[in-house]
Design a protein around this ligand. Structure first.
Ligand SMILES: Cc1cc2nc3c(=O)[nH]c(=O)nc-3n(C[C@H](O)[C@H](O)[C@H](O)COP(=O)(O)OP(=O)(O)OC[C@H]3O[C@@H](n4cnc5c(N)ncnc54)[C@H](O)[C@@H]3O)c2cc1C
Ligand SMILES: *[C@@H]1O[C@H](CO)[C@@H](O)[C@H](O)[C@H]1NC(C)=O
Ligand SMILES: *[C@@H]1O[C@H](CO)[C@@H](O)[C@H](O)[C@H]1NC(C)=O
Ligand SMILES: *[C@@H]1O[C@H](CO)[C@@H](O)[C@H](O)[C@H]1NC(C)=O
Ligand SMILES: *[C@@H]1O[C@H](CO)[C@@H](O)[C@H](O)[C@H]1NC(C)=O
Ligand SMILES: *[C@@H]1O[C@H](CO)[C@@H](O)[C@H](O)[C@H]1NC(C)=O
Ligand SMILES: *[C@@H]1O[C@H](CO)[C@@H](O)[C@H](O)[C@H]1NC(C)=O
Ligand SMILES: *[C@@H]1O[C@H](CO)[C@@H](O)[C@H](O)[C@H]1NC(C)=O
Length: 609
């Protein structure tokens, strides 16, 4: 037996995580070095994969264009984020359908944690029907049974207490995980409970057949319910704190990894390849630190692009991988023809209507409160709840093979799809989810702002598509993003119908005393023309921030960019793991699905290691 001091010394020397994860902005930590894996982007996808690969002892470098803002309350306090803040935000320029630059910009996370450091934190699950469609589209192994366990594993739900339940929080215990790294819960105190109660009473007046349930993650029957957020209540400070991918998988003391290095403030320009298109490393640099002087770093086992829907496709294009026309226009020599790169861009086109709150209620914090905890009551609405028996007018059009073909043709002509067969396969997936599975086609969020009560809404599974491409070979130049919102007539019909119904919502009896003017914004009557509503929608619509699709996972012949193991077609040791791989929109906000996608991706990478 060893004397007590010897065993103490042994315990000390064998203690793991003597240093922990290295987060640095010094290029020397990476330049000319060799790692097992290089991951591009420290957002949701990159941090999930980096955490899992380094957890198995592989040396991993994550290169992130933005800074570490762990000290910034706008990032760590759930309620402190300023609306349209430039903090941790790429604020990408956005193009109208005619190519002219719009005054608005697109929000996207630009610091460690990626978009999870700035997002709306709304957490709920998609349905089995839509997740199973990934497999039907030609991606063996991607279905609810393989994905949902990962969704459960990442979540640590804190069930609401009695006070929270009395103020509108609901939970169905079976649809949550309880031992994961990402906290989900309701805020303390709850937000605008009286407004939420009024919405619940008024919703059935606007959408007949809509049932109000308790938990939005329970997608078997519930279409309107309270949601949870990726937050936790810190009783020490009395604040609701954000649980971002960085909080959960990088900064947390119990997630430290000697084998993980995160290089902040450095942008990845392009991928390095050997002659047989094996990815061997990346070229990176920093505009501010090194004035754009570029360095190289090498990967023995693989490169993973997790730069997001607007980041990964441009890196492929700067590396010579993509659509011939786009590469030529940007002045980049093509090495690999993959026409799907940057096509199929999709987000939900969101806008809102507002009613003026009667003076007597404007200072009532149970109805109006400016805290940044978005959408306390969310409704998911299908075509029957919008149109009743008239829904058949829309379903007959959607189901027609000639309509499908002309939709697909229009996407190809607009550069929003790689080919007709691929466009048909993607559109048909969404159409059968709408018609056969009767999944919701619109989302409506109850909100309030100083003096107004609002209905934020968007078509949930749009058929419209846009594109993103580089303008030049410059790694520091923003890409050209053309969302092409509401270009499909079905998306227009959904948006117009839901806009009208929100007027019925604010005119419903439960709001009688609280609402002073149901038609405050837009100043269009209930029965204004479709043209009036459409003109207003085209002016006010912006993305719901669930951008997907530009490096779609599907068969190559359909215009896919990655295969079912997330490998970029025509290359070796190169993968994409981020929102860009989802080929079609899902009916939940993206996080729950993407954590599961990234976690499953890490398992596939480890299986191939
Ligand atoms: C404002 C906003 C609100 C949202 N609200 C919600 C919500 O309430 N609920 C929900 O579920 N989802 C929400 N989302 C969506 C969700 O956050 C994203 O879908 C998800 O984070 C995408 O993960 P990702 O890995 O694809 O990209 P990200 O998490 O965005 O990470 C990409 C990372 O790559 C970095 N990067 C980009 N280019 C380069 C480069 N060339 N070199 C190095 N690094 C690079 C970026 O800086 C970023 O850190 C919201 C998003 C936004 C922007
Ligand atoms: C990155 O750059 C910012 C300034 O843009 C700086 O504040 C920060 O310290 C740098 N390093 C890291 C690791 O974030
Ligand atoms: C292009 O479209 C935008 C937005 O719809 C519009 O404001 C602008 O006038 C158009 N420009 C041209 C040249 O048609
Ligand atoms: C989902 O909601 C329905 C209706 O409210 C309920 O009957 C069912 O038990 C719930 N399922 C779970 C798993 O909680
Ligand atoms: C999750 O919540 C617990 C408190 O219940 C807290 O200690 C922990 O730091 C939180 N984790 C993250 C990743 O936010
Ligand atoms: C509401 O609060 C504002 C600012 O505190 C005050 O000016 C206003 O008079 C109040 N209105 C009512 C109806 O109490
Ligand atoms: C569209 O989907 C339906 C139902 O899944 C299927 O029967 C039909 O063959 C598909 N059509 C095309 C053109 O892919
Ligand atoms: C609007 O049209 C609907 C259906 O056509 C009709 O029932 C309703 O009375 C009209 N409302 C107004 C305010 O004109």
């Amino acid at each position: 037996m060893l004397p007590w001091f010897a065993s103490l010394a042994l315990a000390l020397f064998s203690a793991p995580a003597a240093h922990g994860t290295c987060i640095t902005d010094k290029a020397a930590a990476a330049a000319d070095k060799i790692f097992d894996y290089i991951i591009v982007g420290a957002g949701l996808g990159g941090l999930t994969v980096g955490n899992k690969l380094s957890g198995k002892g592989f040396s991993v470098l994550i290169v992130e264009a933005g800074p570490d803002l762990s000290w910034n309350p706008e990032v760590f306090n759930a309620e402190d984020r300023v609306f349209q803040s430039a903090t941790c935000n790429w604020q990408y320029p956005v193009l109208a359908n005619n190519g002219s630059k719009l005054p608005s910009t697109i929000d996207s996370g630009a610091c460690i944690g990626g978009s999870t450091s700035i997002n709306g934190m709304v957490w709920y699950r998609p349905t089995k029907a839509e997740v199973d469609r990934l497999e039907t589209l030609g991606n063996p192994g991607w279905n609810w049974d393989s994905i949902s366990p990962h969704m459960k594993a990442i979540e640590r739900n804190h069930v609401p207490d009695e006070t929270q339940i009395a103020q509108g929080a609901g939970v169905d215990p079976a649809v949550h995980g309880y031992s994961g790294a990402v906290n989900t819960s309701f805020p303390t105190p709850m937000r605008i409970p009286k407004a939420v109660a009024l919405y619940k009473q008024a919703l059935p007046f606007a959408f007949s057949g809509l049932t109000v349930g308790s938990d939005l993650s329970n997608r078997t029957s519930v279409v309107s319910a309270s949601t949870s957020w990726t937050i936790w209540y810190d009783s020490a400070t009395g604040k609701n704190r954000r649980s971002s991918a960085a909080d959960a998988l990088l900064w947390s003391p119990d997630q430290q990894r000697d084998s993980l290095t995160v290089l902040a403030n450095h942008t990845v320009d392009r991928i390095l390849f050997s002659k047989d298109m094996t990815a061997t490393g990346v070229v990176f640099g920093s505009k501010s630190v090194t004035k754009g002087k570029m360095s190289r770093v090498y990967a023995k086992k693989g490169v993973v692009l997790s730069a997001g829907t607007f980041g990964s496709a441009p890196i492929l294009e700067r590396s010579g991988i993509g659509n011939a026309v786009a590469l030529k226009a940007a002045g980049v020599k093509q090495f690999l023809n993959l026409p799907g790169v940057g096509a199929n861009l999709n987000d939900q086109p969101g806008t809102s209507t507002s009613a003026l709150i009667a003076e007597a209620f404007r200072n009532d914090t149970s109805i109006v409160d400016g805290r940044n905890l978005f959408g306390p009551q969310i409704s998911l609405i299908n075509i029957d709840e919008i149109w009743g028996a008239s829904a058949s007018i829309y379903s007959n059009e959607l189901i027609s093979p000639s309509a499908l073909r002309s939709r697909a043709q229009a996407l190809v002509e607009a550069g929003a799809a790689a080919n007709i067969d691929g466009a048909e396969a993607i559109l048909n997936t969404t159409i059968s989810l709408i018609l056969q599975s009767r999944l919701p086609v619109a989302e409506l969020l109850a909100e309030s702002y100083p003096s107004v009560i609002s209905a934020i809404f968007w078509p949930l599974m749009p058929l419209s598509r846009g594109h993103v491409h580089i303008n030049s070979p410059d790694a520091f130049a923003p890409p050209a993003i053309m969302p092409r919102f509401l270009t499909d007539e079905f998306d227009q019909a959904v948006a117009i119908a839901v806009a009208r119904r929100t007027r019925d919502l604010f005119n419903a009896p439960p709001f009688k005393n609280v609402v002073a003017d149901a038609y405050l914004d837009p100043p269009i009557s209930r029965n204004g023309t479709d043209e009036e509503y459409l003109a207003w929608l085209s002016k006010t619509t912006s993305g719901a921030s669930h951008w997907i699709g530009t490096t779609a996972m599907m068969p190559k012949k359909l215009g896919g960019v990655v295969d079912e193991r997330l490998r970029v077609y025509g290359t070796k040791n190169l993968r994409v793991v981020d929102a860009g791989i989802l080929p079609f929109q899902i009916t939940s906000h993206t996080m729950s699905m993407l954590y599961a996608v990234a976690s499953r991706a890490a398992s596939l990478i480890l299986a191939d290691a």
